[in-house]
Design a protein around this ligand. Structure first.
Ligand SMILES: Cc1cc2nc3c(=O)[nH]c(=O)nc-3n(C[C@H](O)[C@H](O)[C@H](O)COP(=O)(O)O)c2cc1C
Length: 197
């Protein structure tokens, strides 16, 4: 019998259940993703808001057993190498650093990272709606990942997202199994202020 971790997160104030229910597990089953599922995940990211609707995010994806997946996986570092290879897909989240201004000059897009964060979260919540898990990883080798996806100049790598069906805790090595549970959050009093800092 598979043993799934209990979702026991309690928000301090009432919120839509998808927010505390989403979390980042490391165990994935062998289930593959269909092309339709991948397109649905990417479509969710597509509808994220962005400054002037520039949509600076760039997502590069590969399915398990594809050479692209192996190349992205090999660019991961630390513990990520241990568990992320079981994901059904790896999605590299990058952004274009500049936009064309009114004079057709490429200028820095200072909200590119912010907008791309919104796109990743849309994808993660879509995954959850589909009964899938999405786990972002900032632990990767910049040069190796850039080479793996042929990152063009003027782009920034943000993270790699592992997506798949959540697997049993027992499939993980002991050290990772011990951490396979939803984390808590700082109280609002630590991260928010009324009016000014
Ligand atoms: C940008 C980013 C980078 C992250 N990098 C890693 C990583 O390299 N390895 C990992 O196991 N988890 C990584 N995480 C997952 C976080 O540790 C996790 O989201 C956080 O602890 C909150 O837990 P939750 O997503 O389960 O709610 C990353 C998350 C984000 C958003």
């Amino acid at each position: 019998m598979t043993q799934m971790p209990t979702i026991a997160r309690q928000p301090d104030h009432p919120v839509a259940p998808q927010f505390p229910a989403r979390w980042s597990p490391r165990s994935f089953t062998d289930r593959s993703l269909t092309m339709d599922e991948i397109l649905t995940l990417l479509e969710a990211a597509r509808w994220a808001p962005s400054a002037s609707n520039h949509q600076p995010w760039r997502l590069v994806w590969a399915l398990r057993d594809e050479p692209g997946f192996t190349a992205i996986h090999a660019a991961l570092t630390g513990n990520n190498l241990t568990w992320a290879g079981k994901a059904a897909a790896l999605i590299v989240v990058a952004s274009k650093d500049t936009v064309l201004n009114r004079d057709s000059v490429e200028v820095p897009n200072r909200t590119a990272g912010f907008d791309t964060g919104a796109a990743w979260m849309s994808l993660a919540l879509q995954a959850q709606t589909m009964g899938l898990a999405a786990h972002a990883m900032g632990g990767f080798d910049q040069a190796a990942l850039a080479a793996a996806v042929a990152l063009p100049g003027g782009h920034t790598l943000h993270c790699v997202v592992a997506v798949g069906e959540q697997g049993p805790v027992t499939a993980l090595p002991e050290d990772l199994a011990a951490r396979e549970k939803p984390s808590g959050r700082k109280p609002l009093s630590e991260t928010t202020r009324h009016g000014r800092f």
